[in-house]
Ligand binder design. Structure first.
Ligand code: ZN
Length: 256
């Protein structure tokens, strides 16, 4: 289901309802059902990043190889990101960091280190504003470009991967991504580490249905994520999976 198909179905249904009312007395709740069905479908499309409702988003890789990739959102964080980088270095694992532009201030060294150690720096907006999805597409793109400039200033590279704040998409997000030439990236495993209290449950949440080509969503803003990372990498390895960089898994260059 896509936004376009939903709109076509809604218009056809509305016309049929009106016609039905002209010729016979159709019940009034037909209109109520139509409005509820339409808004429900659009809401689902906005909130479900893997729905491809407004635009196609990379949420996993189609591969026969036993590989997965790690992605970290919402950093850089002065303590947790550094701990995570230490763990990744000791395991020789390369990951992708979807950084919030405003969090980069004063943490240039962390961004430089990510690049030097072979991680991918990606764009997760500058403001991560709660109302980001309400911005018009020009304001959104301006916000996204702000992060690009910060990353360019430190690393000399412009990110190509973009993950929308909160994973919410809508027609304006689609326009901004398209105008900016970004590759939109979602996830296939949402760890829910931002609300996790129990390390065992968090591990189970990630490992429960792990499969080839999974993009795992974690947050380097969270202490619990830094805590479980060594065990998580061990468990992924024990299940026979290799952790490879996102760019390699989906065969797309990470920078402009
Ligand atoms: Zn985020």
């Amino acid at each position: 289901m896509t936004f376009r198909v939903t709109n076509i179905i809604a218009v056809v249904a509305l016309v049929l309802l009106i016609l039905a009312n002209v010729f016979v007395h159709a019940p009034w709740w037909g209109y109520v059902l139509l409005v509820l069905g339409y808004t429900g479908t659009v809401f689902w499309g906005c909130a479900t990043i893997s729905s491809d409702f407004f635009l196609p988003i990379v949420c996993s890789a189609n591969t026969n190889e036993q590989v997965v990739t790690l992605t970290f959102d919402d950093g850089p964080h002065p303590i947790h990101t550094t701990r995570i980088l230490d763990v990744l270095k000791s395991y020789e694992v390369r990951a992708t960091f979807f950084c919030i532009g405003k969090n980069i201030k004063g943490k240039d060294a962390i961004i430089s280190r990510m690049k030097e150690e072979g991680h991918i720096i990606a764009n997760h907006s500058y403001s991560h504003d709660f109302w980001f999805d309400m911005f018009n597409s020009t304001k959104m793109l301006g916000d996204m470009r702000h992060t690009d400039r910060e990353v360019l200033r430190i690393t000399g590279s412009i990110p190509k991967f973009f993950r929308p704040p909160y994973g919410v998409t809508n027609p304006n997000v689609r326009r901004a991504i398209s105008a900016g030439g970004y590759i939109p990236v979602g996830w296939s495993i949402r760890s829910m580490d931002t609300v996790a209290k129990d390390k065992g449950k968090l591990m189970a949440k990630v490992m429960g249905n792990i499969k080839n080509g999974d993009i795992i969503l974690l947050h380097d803003s969270m202490e619990i994520t830094a805590d479980i990372l060594p065990e998580l990498i061990d468990e992924i390895g024990k299940k026979g999976f290799r952790i490879i960089p996102l760019s390699k898994m989906i065969n797309v260059k990470p920078y402009v």
